[in-house]
Design a protein around this ligand. Structure first.
Ligand SMILES: [Zn+2]
Length: 384
């Protein structure tokens, strides 16, 4: 998650005329409905069990046999992490550097140099220092997974339409240490055990957020040839992020980053909330950049970079701002009816902005037209 104010009161200040949260709408998916019986989160603990054994061997001064390392990197969590974002050699070297006595000099050197892989080393050290608590937690989660799964799917379904969820795949939640975060990949969730430990009863919100990503992925529309072009690469990425994270963040952020949320006082949450306040400014900036990229013929890379910079924190707070405006002004159905189509998300935001009493900025017709050219209508994407 990859990722995390105004508090809730400020959000309400933006949209005072807004209706109260509408709750699950008639078109929301229902985990008890026949169609959804096949959706279940299945918890996987193999990764962490193999990691403990490797850590113990490294501490004794021995480098585990190749088969043991292979077993670790082919586990449900680490296989996904390696495939999507952490190179295998970086991961394994960080584990060795954290625990192998002969690597302690290297670890000191990395600290002196401020090497980026150090965050992994420190995370594994922190994990090992909480081994008892983590082990107890995973035992507890194993017993409670049926209940947690049901709650997480219910929360995710509050922001997902019934029709859209048909055919959603089975998927697993693999507990694998990497950083205090979680990931929702195409067919699995990876949850960091330390992150889960700190979340306590809030874990269900993070599970629901990542579950939502997996459900949405099955209906995400494909890009057109225009959307595939190099000059639109960043814009397409940002637009997808705004919708997918903006809606998924409605599930967890009000409970974790705002008000009395357990992370509300963290720097990350404060930054997130400050960015939500800047939503109107960011909308105007993004609109200008869409106009620039629309007419750009040559050397468009600089605009590309600025587009990514406008979507601070990978688009989470701006997406949150837009989704919140849509839901509070037009209702939840309007927010989720076009889930998977980023161009419709912008069009819905415009309708909400025009209806709101706050004179929120809108995207120009020209920008909406350009964005609509980047995505196909109603045909699910094949690859992200
Ligand atoms: Zn997310």
């Amino acid at each position: 998650m990859d990722k995390h104010c105004l508090c809730v009161f400020l959000i309400l200040m933006f949209f005072p005329a807004a209706a109260a949260s509408t709750g699950p709408s008639p078109s929301s998916c229902n985990p008890n409905a026949k169609e959804q019986r096949s959706i279940r989160l299945s918890f996987k603990f193999e990764d962490i069990g193999r990691l403990w054994k490797i850590i113990d061997e490294l501490k004794s001064g021995a480098d585990p046999a190749v088969e043991k390392w292979n077993s670790l990197v082919s586990g449900p969590g680490y296989e996904s992490l390696i495939k999507e974002e952490i190179p295998e050699d970086v991961l394994l070297e960080a584990i060795r550097t954290a625990f192998l006595p002969s690597k302690q000099i290297q670890q000191k050197l990395w600290r002196d140099e401020g090497k980026s892989a150090l965050h992994l080393v420190d995370h594994f050290l922190a994990l090992d220092s909480k081994r008892r608590e983590v082990t107890d937690l995973l035992l507890q989660l194993n017993q409670e997974q049926g209940k947690l799964s049901q709650q997480a799917i219910e929360l995710a379904c509050d922001y997902f339409s019934l029709q859209a969820s048909e055919g959603a795949p089975h998927f697993s939640v693999a507990f694998a240490a990497f950083q205090k975060d979680a990931r929702g990949y195409r067919s699995s969730i990876v949850m960091d055990p330390l992150f889960a430990l700190e979340a306590g009863n809030n874990l269900v919100y993070w599970l629901a957020h990542e579950t939502h990503h997996i459900l949405r992925h099955s209906v995400a529309v494909a890009t057109t040839p225009d959307g595939e072009s190099a000059k639109n690469k960043s814009l397409v990425w940002v637009l997808r992020q705004l919708q997918s994270e903006g809606i998924a963040d409605q599930i967890d952020k009000p409970h974790t980053f705002f008000g009395e949320g357990y992370l509300a006082h963290s720097k990350f949450a404060k930054f997130f909330r400050n960015e939500v306040v800047k939503g109107p400014t960011r909308i105007a900036q993004l609109n200008d950049l869409i106009q620039e990229i629309k007419v750009c013929q040559l050397e468009c890379d600089a605009i590309d970079e600025r587009i990514r910079k406008v979507a601070v924190m990978a688009g989470h707070p701006l997406g949150f701002f837009m989704a919140d405006a849509i839901e509070k002004t037009l209702g939840r159905d309007a927010l989720i009816v076009d889930i998977g189509d980023p161009s419709q998300f912008l069009a819905s935001y415009n309708r909400a902005a025009l209806k709101s009493a706050q004179k929120l900025p809108i995207f120009s017709e020209s920008s909406l037209e350009y964005v609509s050219r980047l995505f196909t209508v109603g045909s699910p994407m094949i690859s992200k």
